[in-house]
Design a binder for this molecule. Structure first.
Ligand SMILES: Cc1ncc(COP(=O)(O)O)c(C=O)c1O
Length: 409
């Protein structure tokens, strides 16, 4: 048996006699409620804990939920009761956000290439638009000139630095997101006489970061940049969204982000920022940190095959439902998500197997050469850390397999 690195993260789900529980409900009860496998289950209590953890470390900062991580309406409705605002990225997300308990003045809309219809709807609703280009501002002004509500706008800045060691770098250098920092002063000056309500800045530098020192450096540079740009602002800055980027561990060798040093640094920086921008609400927007650990993807073993010395466990779910766990969503070298057998959570026996899905492609892998309990047909495969970029980031139409369901528990 090959020696493989194992996952060392603590899974926040409990089990009863080896059967997984979701928010205190046995998995069998959840399956009965959903009526099928495969499905995603999202545990409210874990979302609540994630929000509480953030609040404990960052009591002076407003928390927005970045809906793109998981736009399921039930999840968004639940999150909206816990957080201070929502960040949306499309007209579709706007509809869900506006139907939640969050009011439009606590919703912000970021993303390049917003359509004129999306801009007009957001303006009408009173949502803050994070402007991604000079042309977008022109569009907004032309909508305003046709007699709409006064648009509420912030400038999304493409900073001149990146969030180092991020799973996804979204700033620094040439990027399609935001307006290059060096062009922002001129844009701000041009806004003086425009029919828009300038609110502030959105500076998002990266995602999926587990390194406190990288976040600390980014926070420092973000505040420096915001303070420098604010000198050109047409009116006092009332909103400073400093992005997010808090990561969660997925793979062997990764561990939880240590928030203590990030919070200590924030406490050092905040007094000066508040002094210089006394009217500004400071916001962090997070997606995966809040909902990622709360989600588990469940599918069922339908067949077990041996091929030239290797054991393949075939499941009724895979890449088409959970692209990220298959390793095809931004991974360069494929690594296993934390996978377990949900009805054998306390089994000590281990065998090396690969779990694959029903698609006719070698990319359809849920677990590659993992040590797992002895598996039989009918056993339930659980893929943890699946609450973010799972369902919504997957190619559901691929090979016309049955649809996966979602449930909030
Ligand atoms: C503008 C913006 N905000 C928030 C997020 C959410 O990031 P995460 O889910 O890693 O917290 C992203 C992710 O790409 C983003 O682009």
């Amino acid at each position: 048996m090959t020696k493989r690195p194992e996952h060392c993260l603590t899974i926040p789900f409990t089990n009863n006699n080896g059967l997984l529980e979701v928010n205190g409900h046995s998995l069998n009860a959840v399956i009965a409620q959903v009526g099928q496998t495969p499905f995603y289950a999202y545990d409210k209590s874990i979302m609540t804990t994630q929000v509480e953890t953030f609040r404990q470390y960052f009591p002076e900062i407003s928390l927005h939920y970045a809906m793109k991580a998981n736009p399921m309406p039930d999840v968004v409705n639940y999150m909206s009761t816990l957080v201070d605002g929502l960040d949306i990225a499309s007209g579709g997300e706007m509809k869900v956000a506006l139907a939640s308990s969050t009011t439009a003045d606590e919703i912000s809309f970021a993303g390049p290439g917003k359509s004129r219809t999306e801009l007009a709807q957001a303006i009408e609703a009173g949502i803050t638009l994070n402007i991604e280009s000079e042309f977008e501002l022109e569009q907004i002004v032309s909508i305003a000139q046709q007699g709409s509500r006064e648009p509420r706008v912030a400038i999304r800045v493409n900073p001149d630095f990146e969030l180092k060691a991020s799973g996804m770098k979204m700033a620094g250098g040439p990027k399609p997101f935001g307006i290059d920092a060096e062009r922002v002063p001129a844009l701000l000056k041009s806004m003086k006489n425009l029919p828009v309500h300038f609110r502030g800045f959105h500076i998002f530098s990266g995602s999926q970061n587990l390194k406190p020192e990288a976040l600390i450096e980014a926070h420092q540079k973000t505040f420096e940049l915001a303070l420098a740009l604010s000198k050109y602002a047409p009116s006092p800055v009332e909103l400073l969204n400093i992005g997010g980027g808090f990561g969660i561990p997925y793979f062997p060798g990764e561990s939880e982000l240590d928030l203590r040093p990030v919070a200590d640094n924030m406490n050092k920086l905040l007094p000066d920022v508040k002094k210089q921008l006394p009217n500004a609400e400071i916001v962090i927007e997070l997606g995966r940190f809040l909902v990622g650990p709360a989600g588990v993807y469940i599918c069922e073993v339908t067949d077990i095959k041996e091929s030239r010395g290797k054991t393949y466990v075939i499941a009724n779910g895979g890449l088409h439902h959970h692209l990220a766990a298959s390793g095809n969503f931004g991974q360069i070298i494929r690594k296993n998500y934390p996978v377990a057998i949900a009805n054998k959570m306390d089994s000590q026996e281990k065998q090396e197997v690969s779990i694959v899905g029903p698609l006719c492609t070698p990319l359809d892998i849920l677990a590659d050469n993992m040590l797992l309990p002895n598996i039989q047909r009918g056993d339930l495969v659980a893929v943890f850390q699946s609450g973010a970029y799972g369902f919504s980031a997957s190619p559901h139409g691929f090979l016309s397999q049955p649809m996966v369901k979602e449930v909030l528990v």
